[in-house]
Design a protein around this ligand. Structure first.
Ligand SMILES: *Cc1c(COP(=O)(O)O)cnc(C)c1O
Length: 477
């Protein structure tokens, strides 16, 4: 299997190159030459597999054994998920006795769904770099969960210097501590003040650095942001896993409700469905920054002002992985995709042709969930089922409730809970203020442990970030 660019400007490259480069050299995103497909019989065989075996079966379709031999792949997978606190890795719990299920994607070391793909991505990078005796600088912009996941996975690896950039004051204190208290001398968190558009501002700086070919080479830059193909690929696995946990018969169609930010997780869902997974609908659950809602329900992509919400990990303006999804929906027409991206970059607005819009709506519905609804959902679910959702999982559940007319009552609905509530104690606090007499604190041992350590970080204001970062990266090479 080789990997092409969504912009069509490069010769196909092997998996290791696609992963190490992050972005393709023409600025596009890597995509597999073809999407592999499982036969109904293969799916039947996969139905009883536990997560790691399932992962191996799926990843073998994307990674040739000459690039990672089977034994090494197994070892990489085992190591990548060893830090998960649940034996099941990604447990699925039933929501009361209804057809609503919660797939818990937050049992990794930094308690968010970013851990799921990040560990494997970084272990793969380390594996390939060690083989070539090379080193890379990872820079990444984070809205609060990517940074910690990358920092944890990269900590102590000689092949990597890790630079997580985050909008200071716009992520939770708990998330910040997960990066700044690591005590690993190859991890360098940077808190950036004055980011009007939050993490999207930081993406601009990252894109600038990557756009300068010379600098990219000199600084040995690579990215583990959600555009990295490896993350999307690994995220396909949990759809299969969740499906097999809830479906009674292979072939039954299941609904997935997913809190969407950069659209990586949903793009993975789309790919899982293209591989043969029977999915009835995807609910693209957004908060008041309804970029993806406008895409699916109104037929246009537009850049608007950022709204700060209580589901901060999905406060994203430009859902980068949407280009990947669009590429597949245009049947790989790279010229058309180039035109679309150009139009969007010039006007901040892109209206989709009616037939294309209709096509990518197939099997997708979308809704926006306000903070008020998010908080009310956390309260309702806790009152009914004694289950504490984090704000992102709550967005998924609320969206599934809003959209339930799009499927029938018998259909099973899997809501993806993407973070542990202990990462967002202020939000949870707001919920429990509303219910007199009810007291609830949410915590996790790893969050508590981080409170008693020094912060190690760099800070700067947004306007000097680029030169300051270039300078600092040079000193570490
Ligand atoms: C990153 C993240 C999301 C959004 O996932 P995308 O792949 O960016 O759409 C949702 N919830 C949480 C908690 C996250 O960290």
């Amino acid at each position: 299997m080789k990997y092409k660019s969504t912009l069509g400007g490069i010769e196909p490259v092997p998996f290791d190159q696609a992963i190490l480069e992050g972005f393709a050299a023409d600025g596009g995103l890597f995509v597999p030459e073809t999407i592999p497909r499982f036969s109904p019989r293969e799916l039947q065989n996969m139905a009883t597999m536990e997560y790691l075996e399932l992962a191996e079966t799926i990843l073998k379709k994307f990674i040739d054994p000459e690039i990672i031999p089977a034994d090494d792949l197994r070892e990489l997978l085992n190591n990548s998920f060893a830090g998960f606190e649940s034996n099941e890795i990604i447990p699925v719990v039933r929501f009361g006795s209804s057809n609503l299920f919660i797939q818990e994607l937050f049992h990794g070391p930094t308690l968010s769904f970013k851990d799921i793909a990040m560990g494997f991505l970084i272990n793969c990078m380390d594996y390939f770099l060690a083989r070539k005796n090379e080193k890379l600088s990872l820079i990444l912009a984070t809205t609060g969960d990517t940074g910690p996941a990358a920092a944890w996975a990269a900590a102590g690896k000689d092949t990597l210097e890790c630079w997580p950039l985050y909008p200071k004051g716009m992520i939770s204190e708990e998330q910040e501590r997960q990066m700044t208290t690591l005590e690993a001398d190859n991890v360098h968190p940077v808190g950036v003040t004055g980011c009007k558009n939050g993490g999207d501002d930081l993406d601009v700086v990252v894109a600038n650095l990557f756009g300068d070919g010379q600098l990219k080479k000199e600084l040995k830059l690579s990215s583990v942001n959600s555009i990295n193909w490896c993350r999307v690929m690994v995220q396909t696995i949990h759809y299969f896993h969740g499906y097999f946990k809830v479906a009674e018969d292979v072939g039954e169609e299941v609904v997935f409700s997913v809190p969407a930010g950069a659209f990586g997780n949903l793009c993975a869902g789309f790919i899982a469905r293209s591989m043969g997974l029977p999915v009835k609908k995807f609910v693209c659950a957004t908060n008041d920054n309804g970029t993806l809602y406008r895409v699916f329900e109104k037929g246009y992509l537009s850049q608007e002002e950022l709204i700060t919400t209580c589901s901060s990990a999905i406060d994203i303006l430009v859902p980068y992985n949407f280009w990947r999804f669009l590429y597949f929906n245009c049947a790989g027409d790279t010229e058309l995709l180039n035109d679309f991206i150009k139009e969007f970059n010039e006007h901040g607005l892109l209206r989709f042709p009616a037939d294309l819009w209709k096509q990518f709506r197939t099997g997708f519905v979308s809704t926006t969930i306000s903070d008020e609804e998010t908080l009310a959902t956390i309260a309702t679910v806790y009152a009914q089922d004694a289950y504490l959702l984090d704000p992102h999982g709550a967005v998924a559940v609320a969206a599934a409730w809003n959209c339930q007319d799009s499927w029938s009552q018998q259909d099973k609905v899997v809501c993806l809970a993407t973070a542990h509530p202990a990462k967002f104690p202020d939000v949870i606090g707001q919920v429990f203020h509303r219910i007199p007499g009810l007291k609830l604190t949410t915590t996790h041992p790893s969050i508590e442990a981080a409170r008693n350590r020094f912060h190690h970080l760099r800070t700067c204001s947004y306007d000097v970030l680029e030169p300051a970062l270039v300078r600092a990266i040079r000193t570490r090479l």
